[in-house]
Design a protein around this ligand. Structure first.
Ligand SMILES: [Zn+2]
Length: 299
């Protein structure tokens, strides 16, 4: 099962006990998978568990469970009476009119109700990527005003959602791991949140380990290539004028370097008698390389 389906299944099991939150969640369902023409109210979805959840909410709020019908090979839930349909439409999407807002502000006036609405919207139109692959959570909207109103609800929780257009749809999306965690929390997807966090920690730890390994490899390459150059210089001096050409301290340095061609400067310094610090070793090796260069120039 995809991570997205896991989140939705968890959200389908969340049930609010407060009537205001039940209305808020049902408002999302009416807006996003419901059709109301002033008389008939139906809900269409391929997800039978969602239709079941809607039916339960309708039953709690009206006292009557909707009838389930087959409509164009899809199941739909239809309210049995016109009065119930009208009553439910009024308390969810509000009274009909041209200036009716995309999300009825009365249905989402409290923080708890905003959470319930966002949860309902996610069940209908949301999806979230597997955190092992990428951080992406989105809601697809056919209506720009709804996308914008939903973005507003999300931002009231300090989460920065953005809108892009994709094939006549307005997609409200969140790209940042930390903010997706906040969204899962807002929607009360606590199990999914824990799983997301675990996968995120593993992913970030792996990234950190890779960064450290890459960094150490780079340092190692630097040590090796400097060592190779120094050994070449020392070999050149030895073959041309002999190491005794060097001052005693440089000669000792040269012999130690030949013996330990890929040891770090710090460790090389510890092998000298008396020991010399890293910068002293660096100075001596530079000097040896300069002498080799000069010798090459002379010949
Ligand atoms: Zn509420």
């Amino acid at each position: 099962m995809s991570f997205s389906s896991e989140v939705k299944n968890e959200l389908l099991q969340v049930s609010d006990s407060a009537r205001h939150c039940q209305i808020a969640e049902l408002t999302a369902f009416v807006n996003l998978c419901g059709y109301y023409d002033g008389e008939i109210l139906i809900f269409l979805s391929e997800n039978t568990r969602l239709l079941d959840k809607i039916s339960s909410l309708v039953e709690i709020l009206t006292g009557t469970r909707p009838e389930i019908l087959l409509y164009e090979n899809k199941f739909c839930a239809r309210l049995r009476s016109l009065e119930d349909a009208q009553k439910l439409a009024n308390i969810t999407i509000g009274k009909r009119g041209y200036d009716r807002p995309a999300i009825n502000p009365l249905a989402v006036s409290s923080v708890c109700c905003k959470r319930a609405y966002i949860r309902g919207a996610f069940i209908c139109t949301g999806s979230v990527s597997d955190p092992r692959k990428q951080y992406h959570l989105e809601f697809s909207n056919s209506d720009y005003d709804h996308a914008n109103a939903l973005k507003g609800l999300i931002s009231s929780f300090g989460i920065d959602a953005k809108i892009i257009t994709r094939k006549n749809h307005y997609v409200v999306y969140i790209k940042e791991g930390e903010q997706i965690v906040d969204m899962l929390n807002v929607m009360s997807a606590h199990k999914a949140l824990l799983e997301f966090e675990n996968l995120r920690v593993v992913k970030e730890m792996r990234n950190n380990v890779n960064r450290i390994v890459n960094c150490e490899t780079a340092n190692l390459n630097k040590v090796v290539s400097a060592g190779v150059r120094q050994v070449e210089a020392i070999e050149y001096i030895r073959k041309t004028v002999g190491l005794s050409y060097l001052s005693p301290s440089l000669e000792e340095m040269a012999r130690v370097r030949l013996e330990y061609p890929d040891t770090s400067l710090k460790e090389l310094g510890e092998k000298l008698k008396p020991p010399v610090g890293k910068s002293g070793v660096n100075h001596r090796l530079k000097k040896i390389c300069e002498i080799a260069e000069n010798l090459k120039g002379d010949i």
